[in-house]
Design a protein around this ligand. Structure first.
Ligand code: UD1
Length: 368
């Protein structure tokens, strides 16, 4: 019997691992267990509830104002304890968070093989995004199995010398998750979202990356005030739970009647908002994968992206995080209908919603 651990700690990992947990738990001959670090608390609990997942172990590490070292230290120690007591045969981690990196390191120290889901994304700039680019590279050094979402990601791994026989292109599990929650007849429960007029254009905004903390976030907010003054857009800002981010956003945007601030909406609410919006402005990584699947143009407030496929397909544009560049890019996409059409009809390069089933089938083959 394969003893399989799936580890996650933040909201995006939970969303992207949920379809894989389900698929693996369907294999009755496996002992599949979910380990959460609790790097995020409420934001992960919402996802567990939505997908009806149960954590077999919960390290509950989150503290407000937590540093990267604290997250890594508490994860490493906690994982070591679990791995010693219940020795899994394989540990699956996802993506590039500090949870994923520290859990992989803990498994490596116990000589337990690691499978990396969403492996091979690269920006080639180790501080961009920080610390995620380094986290995902470090995981790939110790991993045994690589589940790359795209051919480009697989190629990055091959270039770095990963064994080609251990690399599989599966698409991204986020598409599986997204397609399972978006529904035309969905009714919002968040009061602020219920009040939106979906017959009018809507700009959805998210910002949380470390590179944008402080002054860049202030510029982003000032850009939103200007966009609000110069367009008839309804602007919805989905705020991350980080109190430092919320206090800047509320302080600058709180009094603009055309800007709606929503406190970390649940995934189903957010995904359905995305499906009905006009345009997305974000510094998120995962949203660069989800928006193309929903045919929504995305303006990315970063200098580089590890998701060149959506950039090449034409759905995503990098706009940086200065006020001028953000305002100019949003107004351009809104007024240039040819550009809007091109960005919203580009093909989705991240798979057809079967990534989790594919990964599970590969593991069944390898661990017969
Ligand atoms: C982490 C990931 C990032 C991912 C992001 C998604 C790392 C290094 N970064 O960054 O790659 O894109 O998650 O959100 O792993 N908080 C709460 N409740 C929650 C979640 C967060 O209060 O449910 C607050 C806490 O005060 C916490 C802060 O948010 O200190 C920041 O959380 P943290 O996990 O340290 O960083 P993220 O910016 O979320």
């Amino acid at each position: 019997m394969l003893k399989l651990a799936l580890v996650f700690g933040t909201r995006p990992e939970a969303i992207k691992m949920a379809p894989l947990v389900k698929a693996c738990q369907n294999v009755s001959s496996w002992d599949t267990r979910v380990i959460i670090t609790g790097q995020h608390r409420e934001m992960v609990d919402q996802v567990l509830e939505l997908f009806d997942l149960h954590a077999d172990y919960d390290l509950d590490i989150m503290k407000h104002g937590q540093t990267l070292s604290e997250i890594a230290e508490r994860t490493l120690k906690g994982m070591a304890g679990i791995f010693k007591e219940w020795r899994p045969d394989l540990v699956l981690v996802h993506g590039d968070t500090s949870t994923a990196f520290a859990a992989a390191l803990a498994a490596f120290y116990e000589r337990i093989p690691i499978g990396h889901v969403e492996a091979g994304l690269r920006t080639d700039s180790v501080y961009n995004p920080f610390p995620e680019e380094a986290n995902r590279r470090l995981i790939d050094v110790v991993a045994s199995w690589y589940f790359a979402p795209t051919e480009q990601a697989a190629e990055n791994l091959r270039q770095e010398g990963a064994d080609p026989k251990r690399i599989f292109v599966t698409g991204n599990t986020v598409i599986d998750a997204l397609l399972s929650v978006v529904d035309e007849s969905f009714q919002f429960t968040t009061p602020e979202l219920k009040e939106l007029d979906f017959s009018r254009p809507i700009l959805v905004v998210t910002a949380h990356r470390r590179e944008n903390w402080g002054e860049p976030l202030v510029e982003i907010c000032q850009a939103l005030l200007e966009i609000s003054a110069r367009s008839d857009l309804q602007i919805v800002v989905a705020m991350h739970k980080n109190p430092d981010i919320q206090s800047i956003m509320k302080g600058i945007l709180g009094d603009d009647p055309k800007i709606t601030l929503v406190d970390a909406p649940g995934y189903q609410e957010f995904a359905n908002l995305l499906a009905r919006c006009t345009l997305l402005l974000t510094d998120s990584g995962g949203l660069q994968e989800e928006a193309p699947a929903l045919h929504k143009p995305v303006l990315v407030m970063r200098e580089v992206t590890e998701r060149p496929e959506a950039l090449e397909a034409g759905t995503v544009k990098l706009v940086g995080s200065t006020k001028e560049s953000i305002v100019a890019a949003v107004l351009q996409v809104l007024t240039d209908s040819e550009l809007y059409e091109q960005m919203s009809t580009a093909p989705n390069p991240y798979g057809d919603g079967t990534a989790a089933v594919q990964i599970c089938a590969i593991l069944q083959e390898k661990y017969k």
